[in-house]
Design a binder for this molecule. Structure first.
Ligand code: SF4
Length: 359
């Protein structure tokens, strides 16, 4: 592919213009579209709005399991037989202690996540109190993921100081009935619209690899662009045994990186987060995700563990990126010592195998 193609992607994105469906499909699957120039084109857009900074998020799974919904990919669904440690909402003291730890470790954002279809007005009032306490004590950004929410609930949470509401679209409207039957894509869309009605910033993203087509990826990427979401987590599907969706996705590192580039071109100013599945699906190419994406989770995901925080920090620094932290603990994460690894020396058996066998 000629260099003008890659250059045009950057320019179109920086001018906030929409890419055609054909162009999006080419990014994802064009055999003549090479990965390195594509990543560089996406990086030019990322650099314009986020320089070389990486935002790190810590996720608190505040309530696990007990969900009446049947999202086919989720270990907490009523239909899942996965052996998870289900627990109702953690006590306030535990949530506040975890918020303190996230703040003191320098994390930029603390994400409070709970299972369930959506909170009752009583639960919303409780969450609002918790959020207010966290925001009063620690200057850290707080994001909440609590299921379906209406305008009134969104208003209460916003007044309590909530910075962002997370509610993922997960996949395209077309593909949605294949991954859930207890609520619809429209239900999810209405939650995001409720948040926007009261001026609450939205975080909404996708799970790639749930049997969707390339057209579905383009469709949902464009829907998120239209919503102008503030942040966009891109998860790569991790099949968990006991859930309804067990097909192993045929995701390659190359394809995952193309998906991240597409989301960057279509959402130039949005915080793009490479989320669950990054270690598993990107493997040795993981660091390349930093060129289109500017945000990551440390300390794992909802029901899956991630790599050690020190390894993520090392990867970020080795590639010449810096960590964006909360205002008070600016230097903490950037100065944390990455665990030193001893060099393992080969022993005699490896160095002189013949000698060993002849003795
Ligand atoms: S994704 Fe959320 S709503 Fe769906 S089953 Fe899991 S916890 Fe319930």
């Amino acid at each position: 592919m000629k260099t003008t193609f890659y250059h045009a992607l950057t320019t179109t994105s920086l001018q906030d213009k929409l890419l055609s469906d054909a162009c999006c499909e080419k990014i994802l699957a064009g055999s003549d579209v090479e990965l390195l120039p594509l990543l560089d084109a996406a990086y030019q857009v990322r650099k314009t709005y986020f320089q070389n900074e990486v935002q790190l998020h810590i996720l608190n799974n505040a309530q696990n399991g007990y969900c009446p919904e049947d999202c086919h990919y989720c270990a907490q669904a009523s239909t899942a037989t996965t052996d998870i440690d289900a627990y109702p909402l953690k006590p306030d003291a535990e949530i506040l202690e975890e918020a303190k730890r996230a703040y003191e470790s320098g994390a930029y954002r603390y994400c409070l996540v709970m299972s369930g279809r959506g909170p009752s007005p009583k639960r919303v009032a409780h969450l609002a109190e918790l959020i207010h306490t966290v925001k009063t004590h620690y200057p850290i950004e707080v994001c909440l993921s609590a299921g379906l929410i209406d305008v009134e609930s969104a208003r209460v949470l916003k007044s309590a100081g909530l910075d962002r509401l997370n509610h993922n679209l997960n996949t395209s409207e077309t593909h949605y009935p294949k991954i859930c039957s207890t609520h619809t894509y429209q239900d999810r869309m209405e939650t995001l619209q409720a948040a926007q009605t009261v001026g609450l910033a939205c975080c909404s993203g996708v799970i790639v690899g749930m049997g969707e087509s390339i057209d579905d990826i383009v469709e949902v990427a464009k829907a998120l662009r239209q919503l102008e979401v503030a942040s966009l987590p891109v998860n790569f599907f991790l099949p968990i045994s006991g859930t309804q969706l067990l097909e192993t996705p045929t995701l390659t590192p190359d394809y995952c990186l193309r998906v991240l580039c597409l989301f960057r071109f279509l959402n130039p100013r949005t915080e793009i987060r490479v989320a669950a599945g990054r270690e598993h699906h990107l493997r040795s190419m993981e660091v390349m995700a930093l060129y289109p994406a500017n945000s990551m989770f440390i300390d794992g995901y909802l029901n899956a563990e991630g790599s050690a925080a020190s390894r993520t920090l090392e990867m970020i620094r080795d590639a010449g990126f810096t960590v964006k932290t909360n205002s008070e603990n600016t230097e903490q994460l950037n100065q944390d010592e990455v665990e030193k690894r001893d060099v393992l020396l080969k022993d005699l058996k490896v160095l002189r195998p013949r000698m060993e066998s002849s003795t």
